[in-house]
Design a binder for this molecule. Structure first.
Ligand code: FE
Length: 139
């Protein structure tokens, strides 16, 4: 995957202040405030920074956490995992593999079939209706 490298100044021009704070400065939106938390649209969630397809609505579920939650990524290569020991916690941070944008964290308390919970900030996502990755492979 070709990585996207931009300066903070370039990112600031493209992103909203909230998107910049979360994607580029590893911020977190307040629980239950993001537009995609209770969102039930069918399609894919792309990176708000670079447009890479990250998650599919068919893997979205209500975790009760207050953040959009998914039990698997749209493709394993779309995400990168990093050890995060900030705020006195040991967590796994999730970033976009293409632009390095901070998305959220991964917890091992999700539902079947993976048991994983990808806990993602709405501000890091851009929804595209109906654009399932496998849909374009069908006639
Ligand atoms: Fe990205």
């Amino acid at each position: 995957m070709t990585k996207i490298i931009k300066t903070d100044g370039e990112w600031r021009k493209e992103l909203t202040p909230e998107q910049f704070r979360i994607l580029r400065q590893k911020g977190t939106e307040r629980a239950f405030t993001g537009p995609y938390n209770a969102f039930k649209g069918e399609g894919v969630f792309q990176c708000a920074g670079c447009g890479e397809t990250l998650f599919d609505s068919r893997a979205k579920y209500n975790s009760g956490s207050g953040w959009p939650s998914f039990f698997q990524p749209a493709s394993p290569s779309a995400l990168e995992e990093h050890h995060d020991s900030s705020h006195g916690m040991q967590r796994t941070e999730i970033t976009c593999a293409k632009c390095g944008g901070h998305l959220g964290h991964l917890f091992p308390d999700g539902p079947a079939p993976t048991g994983q919970r990808y806990c993602i900030n709405s501000a890091s996502l851009a929804f595209k209706e109906g654009a399932f990755k496998d849909a374009k492979e069908k006639p």
